[in-house]
Design a protein around this ligand. Structure first.
Ligand SMILES: C[S@@+](CC[C@H](N)C(=O)[O-])C[C@H]1O[C@@H](n2cnc3c(N)ncnc32)[C@H](O)[C@@H]1O
Length: 243
């Protein structure tokens, strides 16, 4: 499969850097403070796939001592520009050797696994992240649901890509972001719930909780599918007991 990280592109990275939490993205972050408060003890956090630092700054505002890591040099540059005193590091794919094992209370991955193409790579990355987690630490994966690629949303359109409907786990899918000037489709890889369950099991992680946020009528957005179909899924993971 030919797949490149669509975010390792200066124009795309610039477009992404201007995003705050508009429309459908609001739903992804809305419930995170409650989920973090319920499941995470301690303040030391790693933001895997930090992009332009939006998710790292979000963690810092919640009181976490957060470090952002990414494989895209353009993204890390933008993250540093937006938060000059912050901690952001460029890493090679799956290389976590710059970090001590058992050192993080929280590892957040917001939208990064959508861009990791192969099952083997995902197992390598998640297994590597697991080693960095303290015994009672939590990994939180926030990713797209398969439904996001087959419906219309406040912030996304997929109607130009009917082939998304027949995509199987690991296939590429396309989606256009409505909130940014860059209207080229983002190319993601779709994964289904069963694929995630398999990934967690082989990576030595237990699924502690999962959450699929829906829009509410009283929210100041023009929800399209969001009121009845969840665009995002949030998985809370912990190390297997005794390991
Ligand atoms: C959609 S952006 C999300 C950025 C940020 N977490 C946020 O919520 O704004 C996904 C990021 O994951 C990064 N990424 C993809 N694969 C990665 C990998 N194997 N290791 C580290 N970062 C990765 C991309 O470079 C991109 O910056």
């Amino acid at each position: 499969m030919s797949f490149s990280n669509v975010y390792d592109d200066t124009q795309r990275a610039e477009a992404y850097a201007t995003l705050q939490f508009p429309g459908t993205y609001y739903l992804a972050y809305r419930d995170l403070p409650t989920i973090l408060a319920a499941h995470v003890q301690g303040q030391v956090a790693l933001d895997f796939g930090c992009g332009a630092g939006r998710s790292t700054r979000f963690l810092k505002k919640l009181g976490f001592d957060a470090t952002g890591i990414d494989i895209s040099a353009s993204m890390i540059e933008l993250a540093k520009r937006a938060d000059p005193d912050g901690s952001y590091r460029l890493i090679e794919e799956g290389d976590f050797s710059g970090f001590e094992p058992d050192s993080f209370d929280l590892i957040l991955s917001a939208f990064a696994f959508d861009n990791i193409p192969s099952s083997d790579q995902r197992v390598g990355v998640l297994g590597g992240l697991r080693k960095l987690l303290k015994r009672d630490g939590r990994i939180i994966l926030l990713d797209s649901t398969p439904e996001i690629y087959t419906h219309e949303w406040a912030s996304f359109t997929t109607r130009a890509f009917p082939q998304n409907r027949t995509a199987k786990g690991g296939d590429t899918v396309r989606i256009v972001m409505k909130d940014v000037a860059d209207q080229r489709p983002v190319v993601d890889v779709v994964w289904f719930h069963e694929d995630y369950l398999h990934l967690f099991a082989v990576s030595g992680l237990d699924l502690v909780a999962s959450h699929k946020p829906l829009g509410r009528e009283n929210e100041p957005y023009r929800w399209e599918s969001e009121l009845s179909i969840a665009p995002w899924v949030i998985y809370v993971l912990g190390r297997f007991p005794g390991e």
